[in-house]
Ligand binder design. Sequence first.
Ligand code: HGY
Ligand code: MN
Ligand code: MN
Length: 410
Amino acid sequence: MVGGVRAVARCDELGVAPYSDAPDMLFRAYLTPAFAAAQRAIAGWMQEAGMQTRIDAAANLIGRYEGTADGPALLIGSHIDSVRDAGRYDGPLGVMLGIEAVAALHASGRRLPFPIEVIAFGDEEGSRFPAAMLTSRAVAGTLDPAMLEVEDARGLSLDEALAPFELSTLTFAQAAHAPALAYLEAHIEQGPVLESEGLAVGTVTGIAAQLRYAVMVAGVAGHAGTTTMPLRRDALTAAAEMVLAIERIARDDLSDLAATVGCLSVHPGAPNVVPGRVDFTIDIRSGDPIRRDRAAEQIIDRIADIAERRGTDFDIRRIHDLPASPCDPALMDLLDAAIAAQGQPPRRLVSGAGHDAMVMAALCPTAMLFVRCRGGTSHNPAEHVDGADAEIALQVMIDFILRLGDHVDA
Ligand code: HGY
Ligand code: MN
Ligand code: MN
């Protein structure tokens, strides 16, 4: 089996039990039993590829392939946590391709003038704790300790979730990495551009800025049969109006601005009770941080107007804020050259999705390679990537690594 095909097959293998916490879909959240099982399988693959493995203080799995010199390492990575009811390739494909790149170097007895470390990041999606990219922030050394005081939906603290891994929030920040040469991440595009242009791979120029809020709307719970309509302070109907206002603001912008309400919970949640409280999240993105922040201000103003008119209270908290992150121009040129060397037309594109690379940019120059995925579908079990495209991506990565080696030697 060629490396790219094996990378896809391994993502498929990780898509089911025991590597998923849910029996009927793929959901692998940070620090769960499925997460630990996936780490064990991936560590075995890393070792077969000639790497020494370790788990760092933030529960990231790292495989290291020594170079001919012991300078700053080339880091290659992506994440192995997933969203709920996920596709199989968002995250794991980048890790599997990193392992395959090292396996190919190892098989030909090749060492680079720098060590290579393949990192399987633990928390990128933020699908368990109300924070995202905790583990790449720890590696990049940009972690705000206050971010570690989080609980999952069952009230388990991050510290409690780390305990079975014999780790703790007290030492989490010790995952901070030594200075690195560069960070390379391969990832499915999660959008339709490459497919629509008949291209297997593309060079990412940068990643859009992200903002996330947690909103709480407080009304008054009441009897569904006796609370007359004019007297109601229904938290859900207020929230519904807010959700539509958020969509309207993003739609009217006509740019790359995107705003999403992806979680909403209604309390107490009974058919015969007027909802007294609603919690929801807002995710706002744009390649232009000014546009993103202006939209956030408009959204908060509209939420305040609606809450006031409907006699409800509200609270809004910023839970995630990442600036736009440009990729390194010199590394983009190297990636373009590696793509051209595989007989593929170089194509540059921006990423609307977030990636560990946007956090790693604080540690070292970053490069990202996008791989075509069917229909641009992602965060959906129908996610699909062709083994042939993964193989092209793998050859591009190997060529990129060798070019970087020449660059460092020169
Ligand atoms: O939310 C994102 O953009 C990414 O998939 N974590
Ligand atoms: Mn994702
Ligand atoms: Mn991802």
